[in-house]
Design a protein around this ligand. Structure first.
Ligand SMILES: Cc1cc2nc3c(=O)[nH]c(=O)nc-3n(C[C@H](O)[C@H](O)[C@H](O)COP(=O)(O)O)c2cc1C
Length: 369
């Protein structure tokens, strides 16, 4: 249907090798990272994002609780089959030795980079708050980092860390912690421009991220509310960050990475994807998803992804409501194909800003450890 060559997808030009950022000895393919999102950034989603232009993706967080390591949930989260490296696994917990053990456990299962979660308003682990709550207890946070680095360094595995700007508006300690973490051996910091107290409310701010970047020598990644190519450019400029990390805006829109890559490289916007391409990508995503989760869980957990893909498309809301009643993968895929075939009769490409790359209505569920 589409013949205008300007509208054909082109692979984004690679970033010049001399500007590539490194995490330890690993060179990043480009500075566009997928943010870890529990329940979302599983292996099929990460692989799709990487195929569509993301330079790096961190896996969903794995608990440091040894008693949960053998659960199906944890083993699915630790599934990296066929994933292009480097394999980065995020760990969450509140005790230094448990976190060090969790790092080793994941390295033995293929992790090449270990990321410490101090960025997510995570649930309790062992009756203590993990994730960004650790920022409130700087001594504990530092002891965790030191223990994890001590476990990873002999195995030549870099340690990275994701945090927020601070505990609350009155206690923005990201800059102080960043210096301490760098001295302890952390090799990359990602900073979400909100405090823990904010949750996902309000706007992300980037001044604190810029201050973190100015305070350390290690690479810094800016995160929070990056939803368009222009915003990506502006955040990179405003913070001086080495890379950006995108979470909610990639839900149902994994091609946002190639759109941003193209814009950063050329200053021009890539045409929105063809309806037929979105159909193909979603169907492939679904089959990969069912393979990881099996039929019963797969059909149910796929619904949120399908909902995100169609949410802002004409007829998407009605389709989503009906599709939620389907109980098996064959029917789910058939419904998706029918929806996109119908859309393709009306338009070649999804509307510009269809799936409006914003965080409205995206999953804000707090991450569960
Ligand atoms: C559903 C969901 C799950 C998340 N899970 C994690 C997680 O496991 N670890 C983590 O560090 N951050 C987690 N986050 C936070 C994101 O990585 C990111 O910092 C946040 O969404 C802000 O970026 P965004 O505006 O691009 O979405 C999660 C966010 C969402 C919405």
């Amino acid at each position: 249907m589409e013949s205008d060559p300007r509208h054909r997808f082109q692979n984004p030009p690679p970033f010049p090798s001399d500007t590539r950022m490194h995490i330890g000895h690993f060179a990043m393919a480009n500075p566009l990272f997928v943010a870890p999102m529990a329940g979302v950034t599983d292996r099929p989603f990460r692989q799709l994002c990487k195929r569509l232009g993301a330079g790096y993706a961190v896996s969903e967080m794995v608990t440091s609780r040894r008693d949960l390591w053998d659960t199906l949930k944890t083993s699915r989260r630790a599934n990296h089959d066929g994933e292009p490296g480097p394999i980065a696994v995020q760990i969450a917990g509140t005790e230094a030795q448990m976190m060090a053990d969790a790092a080793v456990y994941n390295i033995e299962r293929g992790a090449q980079i270990i990321d410490i979660n101090m960025g997510c308003p995570a649930k309790k682990v062992c009756n203590k708050w993990a994730g960004s709550a650790l920022m409130q207890d700087e001594a504990l946070a530092l002891s965790i980092v030191q223990a994890v680095v001590a476990a990873c360094a002999p195995r030549n595995v870099p340690v990275t860390l994701k945090m927020r700007t601070g505990w609350c508006q009155a206690h923005k300690n990201a800059v102080r912690l960043a210096g301490a973490f760098e001295s302890a051996g952390v090799q990359m910091l990602a900073v979400h421009g909100r405090t823990r107290e904010q949750g996902y409310k309000g706007e992300a701010e980037y001044d604190t991220i810029a201050a973190v970047k100015a305070a350390v020598q290690i690479p810094v990644v800016a995160n929070g509310d990056i939803t368009t190519p222009e915003k990506a450019r502006d955040v990179l400029r405003a913070t001086g960050a080495d890379a950006i990390m995108i979470g909610r805006a990639a839900q149902g829109r994994p091609w946002i990475f190639r759109e941003i890559a193209h814009f950063l490289a050329t200053g021009a916007h890539l045409a929105p994807p063809l309806v037929s391409e979105v159909k193909r990508l979603l169907v492939e995503h679904l089959h990969d998803h069912y393979r990881l989760y099996d039929e019963f869980i797969g059909v149910r957990s796929a619904r949120k992804h399908i909902g995100w893909y169609v949410r802002d498309l004409p007829g998407g809301e009605d389709f989503r409501a009906g599709m939620n009643a389907l109980q098996d993968s064959v029917a789910q895929v058939a419904a998706v194909e029918q929806f996109f075939d119908g859309l393709n009769e009306k338009m070649d490409r999804i509307p510009a800003n269809g799936g409006a790359a914003n965080t409205r209505g995206r999953d804000m569920t707090e991450c569960a450890v």
